[in-house]
Design a binder for this molecule. Structure first.
Ligand SMILES: Cc1cc2nc3c(=O)[nH]c(=O)nc-3n(C[C@H](O)[C@H](O)[C@H](O)COP(=O)(O)OP(=O)(O)OC[C@H]3O[C@@H](n4cnc5c(N)ncnc54)[C@H](O)[C@@H]3O)c2cc1C
Length: 400
C-alpha cells in the first residue's frame, strides 16, 4: 500500500493481544486507538510460558529484549508421575533449541509481559491507550465503524479489532454463537518465593506432574526468584460466584490427596492460592465481518495445555498488521488475516484439547501402565510432532 492515507483502527480490549496488534500497527504508521475497560493495565500475578514462536512476535514489536531480561529460561522440561514422583526428562531448553528456533523458550511473569507489550505501544503513541473505556457496541455505517463505549461516547474508525477476550462483545455482535462454558476443569494458581522451598526443589526446571484426574505445572519466574504453581484438577461443577476466587490451602491439599509430598510442599509454601475456572468455546469458522474482526481469546480461547493461547494472540497481532499494511483495504485485509490464521489457531486449540488425556489418565494409577503410556506419548518423536509445527512458525514471513 503506498501514498493513500492509512486506515484508522480501533481496538476493543487492551490485553496482550490488543497491545500487540496496536504496537504492530503503530510501527507500520497506522493510527490506532485502544479501548480497555479496566482502570489500569492489569494481569493476574502468575506465570506464563512463551515459546520461541511467541518470542519472535514479541521481537517483531520491539518487546522481546526487555522481557528476556526479566524472565527465566528454565534449563529443561520434565514429566513426573503424580504419586511416585518418577521423572521422565522431556527436552533441554539450551543452546540447541535456540539455534533451532531462533528464540528461546521463556517463563515470564504475566504483569511483565503485559507491561512490555503496552510499552511497545506507548513508546510510539503514549495517548493511544484509553482506560476506563468499556466497549458496549459497534456498527458499520457509510464505510466506517462507529464504536460506542458504555459511557455513551462514540469513536469513529475504518476498522475494529475485537481483542476483548473469551467473552468478547465483538464476537457476540458478529458470530453470535454459543457463549463460553465451563469444561469441568479448574486451576489452582500460586506464586512461591523460591527461598521458601527446600534446596532440592529450587532447580531451574519446568515440571509437569501428571495424574489420573489432574496435573500440576511449575516453573521458575523472574530470574529464579519465584516459582509459578499452576495445578489443574477435574471438577464437574464450578460452585463459586465469580470465575476466579481466593481458595483455601486445605481444599487444594484435598484435591491432590495421594499425590507426591513435593506437590504438597509447594501448596503449603504458597503465600496465597487462587482458584480459576477454565472457560472454552466452540471453534469459529469465521473471524472477519466486513470492517470488524477478532483476535486472540476473542476468536480462539483455548485450554492452556500447549501453552499457546497468548502466543497465538501475539502471532495474530503481527500477521494482522502485516495484512493491513499489504492490502490497505480493511475488509480485504481482515479476510486475508483470517485466511492466514484460522486453520493454525483452530489446530492449536484442538491440540490443546488432546492434551487432556495425556495430562490426566486413568493408566497413571498403575505404575506399569503409566510407564508404557508415558514412554509412548512423551517420547522425543511424539513431543516433536506436537510442538515442532508450533515453534517453527515465523509470523514475520508466513504467507499472507
Ligand atoms: C491458567 C492459564 C494458563 C495459561 N498459560 C499460558 C501459557 O503458558 N502460554 C500462553 O501462551 N498462553 C497461556 N494462557 C492463555 C492466555 O492467558 C490467553 O490466551 C491470553 O491472555 C489471551 O490474550 P487476549 O489479549 O486475547 O485476551 P485477554 O487476556 O482476556 O485480554 C482481553 C482484554 O480485553 C478487556 N476487555 C474485555 N471486554 C472488554 C470490553 N467490552 N471493552 C473493553 N475492554 C474489554 C479485558 O479487560 C482484557 O484486558 C493461559 C491461560 C490460563 C487461564
Amino acid at each position: 500500500m503506498s501514498g493513500a492515507k492509512k486506515p484508522k483502527i480501533l481496538i476493543a480490549g487492551g490485553g496482550i493481544g490488543g497491545m500487540t496488534v496496536g504496537a504492530a500497527l503503530l510501527q507500520r504508521g497506522f493510527d490506532v486507538e485502544i479501548f480497555e475497560q479496566a482502570d489500569e493495565l492489569r494481569e493476574v500475578g502468575a506465570g506464563i510460558q512463551i515459546s520461541p514462536n511467541g518470542n519472535r512476535a514479541l521481537d517483531s514489536i520491539g518487546a522481546f529484549e526487555t522481557l528476556r531480561k526479566l524472565s527465566c529460561r528454565a534449563q529443561s522440561k520434565e514429566v513426573r508421575l503424580w504419586n511416585s514422583g518418577k521423572v521422565w526428562k522431556l527436552f533441554d531448553m539450551g543452546p540447541e533449541e535456540l539455534a533451532r528456533y531462533g528464540y528461546p523458550y521463556l517463563t515470564v511473569y504475566r504483569p511483565d509481559l503485559l507491561t512490555a507489550c503496552a510499552d511497545a505501544v506507548k513508546r510510539q503513541r503514549p495517548d493511544s491507550i484509553h482506560l476506563n473505556s468499556r466497549c458496549a457496541g459497534f456498527e458499520e455505517k457509510n464505510g466506517q465503524v462507529v464504536l460506542t463505549l458504555e459511557n455513551g461516547a462514540k469513536h469513529f474508525g475504518d476498522g475494529l479489532i475485537g481483542c476483548d477476550g473469551v467473552n468478547s462483545m465483538v464476537r457476540k455482535l458478529t458470530a453470535n454463537d454459543e457463549p463460553s462454558k465451563y469444561p469441568g476443569l479448574m486451576i489452582w494458581r500460586g506464586v512461591i518465593p523460591l527461598q521458601s522451598l527446600p534446596e532440592r526443589m529450587r532447580a531451574s526446571m519446568a515440571v509437569n506432574w501428571i495424574g489420573p484426574n489432574g496435573h500440576c505445572v511449575h516453573y521458575p519466574l523472574r530470574e529464579g526468584e519465584i516459582l509459578n504453581l499452576a495445578a489443574t484438577i477435574e471438577k464437574p461443577v464450578w460452585d463459586e460466584e465469580a470465575w476466579s476466587a481466593e481458595g483455601r490451602k486445605s481444599q487444594c491439599h484435598e484435591d491432590y490427596a495421594g499425590w507426591h509430598d513435593d506437590v504438597h510442599t509447594m501448596i503449603e509454601a504458597a503465600p496465597k492460592l487462587l482458584k480459576w475456572a477454565y472457560l472454552t468455546r466452540q471453534p469459529l469458522n469465521r473471524y472477519s465481518y466486513g470492517r470488524a474482526t477478532l483476535l486472540g481469546d476473542a476468536c480462539h480461547p483455548t485450554l492452556p495445555f500447549l501453552a499457546q493461547g497468548a502466543v497465538m494472540a501475539l502471532e495474530d497481532g503481527v500477521v494482522l498488521a502485516r495484512c493491513l499494511e499489504k492490502y490497505g483495504d480493511v475488509p480485504t485485509a481482515f479476510q486475508k488475516y483470517q485466511d492466514a490464521r484460522m486453520t493454525r489457531d483452530n489446530a492449536m486449540v484442538a491440540g490443546a484439547n488432546d492434551m487432556v488425556s495425556r495430562f490426566h489418565n486413568p493408566d497413571y494409577r498403575d505404575a506399569a501402565k503409566a510407564d508404557a503410556y508415558i514412554d509412548r506419548e512423551w517420547s522425543a518423536s511424539a513431543i516433536a510432532a506436537r510442538y515442532e509445527w508450533l515453534f517453527t512458525y515465523n509470523c514475520d514471513t508466513a504467507p499472507i
